[in-house]
Design a protein around this ligand. Structure first.
Ligand SMILES: Cc1ncc(COP(=O)(O)O)c(C=O)c1O
Length: 397
């Protein structure tokens, strides 16, 4: 067996199962889960129609690089959303959701031969970064996010010696779970570090279309272009239809950026066998070519967050994030204890923050926080918030 498999950590939902073992949720309340970050708004009918209308595509093997119409849909979207001019032939590729791509990218980029390769990722973080680093034969380094600076990652906490060994850096903006969007100044810093040390930046942007302010989140490639890096040197962005278009089951996204990296990634993907189904390609063209449903989807989240956040802010350390569909709240006790008792007494599931982060220097930056995914409809999320308020008030008596 591959010995690196034994380095993988249990996934947060597995840890949640263990935490909840033996807990009987109060049957007086119907179960509500804010635990899993799975979009629950309805899939737009035109995407389902496009999928059904493309079933003839099942009789063909697809190209790993995707069909030209699909790549053109990515190109047009990058142009409209970020004002970018990106070459559809050399600077982008379809992927079967951003998760597999984030994982596969590390396998393409990392050179484990000399030993000591490092992958830097935020802390807390999306768990795939860690597994991708470990299975590529690298060591993850976790850079903590700082609650005092809108959860910006403290890149200065990475030791100089670690930067020297860094081959890949994951960033997540808007962040899961914090919702923080990286400003241009932070991108500038990361590009300078990448230039100095030669590492690649993988920019995970799958929450880019769910935001609460007037300005859409800055994208990594957009930041690069603004800083005169129009060739996107050492940068690849990962984006996805799952949250934007409420199709997590379709498994569709794309990557774009540095053409030299995209070329190697295509080579890797050809052997890995990760071409997108022709049926999904057709439905994806329809989805990327429409913005109206994205505007409506965003409006749903905005209304929901506007109702739920003030309720919770009365009892927890929480406020409206920049973007994403999570609330990342400080709780007045241990996050695991809070989650277990909340389930037992009020039948509401939340994810303990410490499950989404790693202890660093003895301190886990997710400890004392919980992640709430506001993916269910507004009524259900409001009811969950009201129960959490009662729960917190009862604990402080
Ligand atoms: C930060 C982050 N990146 C990537 C993904 C993967 O999404 P998908 O594979 O559906 O594109 C998720 C899913 O929850 C996520 O939270």
């Amino acid at each position: 067996m591959n010995p690196l498999l034994s380095r993988l950590q249990p996934y947060p939902f597995e840890r949640l199962r263990q935490l909840f073992a033996g807990v009987t949720p109060n049957p007086a309340w119907r179960p509500i889960s804010l635990g899993i970050g799975e979009p629950k708004h309805a899939t737009p009918q035109f995407i389902k129609d496009a999928l059904c209308g493309a079933l003839d595509g099942l009789s063909n093997y697809p190209l790993t690089a995707g069909e030209p119409h699909l790549r053109d849909a990515f190109r047009r979207w990058l142009q409209t959303r970020y004002g970018l001019a990106v070459d559809a032939n050399t600077q982008m590729l379809p992927v079967n959701g951003s998760r597999e791509a984030l994982f596969a990218f590390a396998q393409t980029v990392i050179d484990p031969s000399g030993g000591g390769a490092v992958v830097v990722c935020p802390n807390p973080f999306y768990q795939i970064y860690e597994g991708a680093a470990l299975l590529a034969g690298a060591d993850p380094f976790y850079a903590a996010s700082d609650p005092a600076r809108n959860f910006a990652v403290d890149w200065d906490s990475v030791p100089a010696e670690t930067w020297l060994r860094t081959q890949l850096l994951y960033v997540c903006s808007p962040g899961n779970p914090t919702g923080a969007v990286m400003p241009l100044s932070e991108w500038k810093k990361l590009f300078a570090l990448s230039d100095r040390h030669g590492f690649v930046i993988a920019s995970d942007e799958c929450y880019s279309e769910i935001y609460f302010g007037d300005q859409p989140p800055l994208g990594g490639m957009q930041a690069a272009a603004m800083l005169g890096r129009g060739d996107f040197h050492n940068l690849v962005s990962f984006t996805s239809l799952s949250k934007r278009s409420n199709v997590p089951g379709m498994r569709s996204g794309f990557v774009a950026g540095d053409s030299a990296l995209i070329k190697k990634f295509l080579l890797y993907r050809t052997y890995h066998g990760s071409a997108m189904s022709p049926v999904v390609q057709k439905a994806s063209i329809a989805a990327w070519s429409d913005e109206q449903h994205v505007v409506e989807n965003r409006a749903l989240y905005r209304r929901k967050f506007a109702e739920v956040t003030p309720l919770l802010a009365d009892v927890l350390d929480v406020r409206l994030p920049d973007a994403g569909f999570y609330l990342w709240a400080g709780v007045p006790e241990s996050d695991t204890e809070f989650a277990r008792e909340l389930l037992a007494q009020y039948n509401v599931t939340v994810l303990p923050g410490s499950f989404l982060a790693r202890a660093d220097g003895g301190r886990n930056p997710g400890a004392g926080r919980i992640r709430m995914a506001l993916v269910a409809d507004t009524e259900e999320c409001v009811e969950a918030a009201q129960r959490i308020v009662q729960f917190v008030q009862s604990r402080s008596k």
